[in-house]
Design a protein around this ligand. Structure first.
Ligand code: CU
Length: 223
């Protein structure tokens, strides 16, 4: 009994040290800004995130380096990317933007650690082998989002087909917002990001960009 107790104390010691270290500075929570783009092995993945202290935007939190950690679920080495902080730039309150390249496809448990504060974890990052992220044989149609709007403006797919919107506009996020109440709107799609939607019901679906409503498009779904 005594021996067991002593062992428990020793085992708990490293954990106790670690938690006091990570909790030392108070609390910061990291939020992703926009949908995470489709991640493709060997290609640039843009990640934007907002660090809030006690759920408030506070410029005093500027200037800390953040770290993105990717832990392969299949084992193997953890990937760590350092994101330089804003270094006192008052215009970029708590906002970080970075581009990383993940060399290998797979599933990653991942988190962002803001400075020396404890990390915020995110849902599994799936890194795809190919451009489309689709399995071989899957049908998909690409719509480009650029400075000239959605191209092509009108797209036809067969039911069950998937449309992928890719934002190639380096200057702005865009959005796929449906005129119909039945479809799920995208979150803002950051530069370099993608958004996919699979259409099961034949029909005509009109959409526009929320922040830039002059940008419009249509998806025709046929049997
Ligand atoms: Cu737009």
């Amino acid at each position: 009994m005594n021996r067991r107790k002593a062992f428990g104390v020793i085992a708990a010691l490293p954990l106790a040290l670690k938690s006091s270290e990570t909790l030392a500075g108070g609390m910061a929570v990291v939020y992703l800004v926009g949908d995470l783009p489709r991640a493709i092995a060997g290609q640039t993945l843009r990640i934007r995130f907002l660090v809030l202290g006690h759920d408030m935007v506070d410029h005093l939190w500027n200037g800390f380096d953040a770290e993105i950690h990717l832990v392969p679920r299949s084992g193997g080495d953890e990937l760590i990317f350092t994101v330089p902080g804003a270094k006192g730039d008052g215009m970029s309150v708590g906002m970080y933007s970075t581009e990383i390249v993940v060399p290998d496809a797979g599933e990653y448990k991942w988190y962002i650690r803001p400075g020396s504060w404890a990390p915020t974890y995110f849902p599994t990052l799936v890194v795809h082998e190919s451009d489309t992220g689709a399995s071989p044989g899957d049908e998909f149609t690409l719509v480009d989002i650029g400075q000239n709007g959605f191209q092509p403006v009108s797209t036809t797919v067969t039911s069950g087909g998937t449309v992928i919107w890719r934002n190639t506009d380096a200057f702005s996020a865009h959005q796929v917002t449906w005129t119909s109440l039945d479809l799920n709107d995208s979150a803002p799609i950051p530069s370099g990001g993608e958004y996919a939607y699979t259409f099961d019901e034949p029909g005509t679906y009109d959409y526009y960009c929320g922040p830039h409503p002059h940008m419009t498009g249509r998806i025709n779904v046929i049997d």
